[in-house]
Design a protein around this ligand. Sequence first.
Ligand code: NAD
Ligand code: GLY
Length: 356
Amino acid sequence: MKTIKINLGDRGYRVLIGGGLLRQAGALLKEAGLDNGLVIITNPMVQSLHGTEFRNRLTAGGFNVTVLTVAEGEEQKSLDTAGRLYEELTTAYTERRTAILAMGGGVIGDLAGFVAATYLRGVPLVQVPTTLLAQVDSSIGGKVAVNHGKLKNKIGAFYQPRVVISDIATLKTLPAAETANGLAEVIKCAVIKDKDLFGFLESNISRIKEEAVLEEIVYRTAGIKARVVEQDETDRGTRNLLNFGHTIGHAIETTCDFRVRHGQAVATGMILVSRVAVKMGIFKEAELKRLTKVIAAAGLSVDKPALDAKKIIQAMKHDKKVAGGRVRFVLPRAIGEAFLCEDVSLEMVEETLNAE
Ligand code: NAD
Ligand code: GLY
């Protein structure tokens, strides 16, 4: 088992990464100071693939376990679903030390995390991420939220878990498209912070199904996220770097009514914003070629989708990353180094979006 410590004072915790960790979850939870009731919030897919054994192990370990399921899909990240969970929790909760375990992808992590942050003004939360995206990104750092209408993640909080248990073995049942979705965030982290991880991806991405390769990728990427969160827990500066590819990516998702998957939108956003950086003389064309090659090897499209440049620019202007009326972009300087820039010409971005 590999461990990453998140140093946030009394809100600090450990991210535990390894194959088969769910089998030892009882002991790991006790080590994290949890020894009472547990409420697992999950969805039917994750429950059927991994939930039963997990629950049995916890029950055998002496925990009093209740399982609550929510249906599949991003639309479940809503106040309505949170409201239903609060109702169910009133019967499941025997006392305040009972912890909520969010078992699933980012949707479950964000929703169950939001419920844990708000129920009884906050109850202990454990993240048990089962998608690559959730293991490298959403389970770490305490951002929990629900959507409001079309507005993504608008109602939320920063609420750190007590521990994150990332069982690499759960990723074996993940469809290829979900792995590719998570790899977009992995590539993002490598470009902004870690040229060695980028090199590792170049050499090993074709072996992504191997547990050892996945474990290394999750460990290194989660480590990058951990260090960024430690520096800027509440997203006022450095944490914005995690938005590399997301400014254009979110605008693509919004203008396409979320028909484009997040990972694909981020991948396209990373290529387009890097092309802008090449035009500005900041990033080398050869590095852009390396980035494009790794994105393709991850199973993501590198072709520019049909998009309406004017609508994308409008959507970016409405995004929450706009600071004082200026759209803020994360630009790569080299593989492994990026910076925040508010001086990008929107005309140049539009030209890049329109180019063949
Ligand atoms: P998701 O939670 O919808 O999961 C994707 C699919 O994988 C679902 O169908 C799910 O049922 C299935 N699944 C989960 N685990 C599985 C497994 N082990 N085997 C087979 N199938 C499995 O999507 P996601 O990409 O994990 O998360 C996306 C969400 O994360 C979005 O709502 C996004 O806003 C949020 N997010 C949050 C943060 C944060 O910091 N809080 C960061 C990034 C993304
Ligand atoms: N996923 C971006 C963040 O956690 O800040």
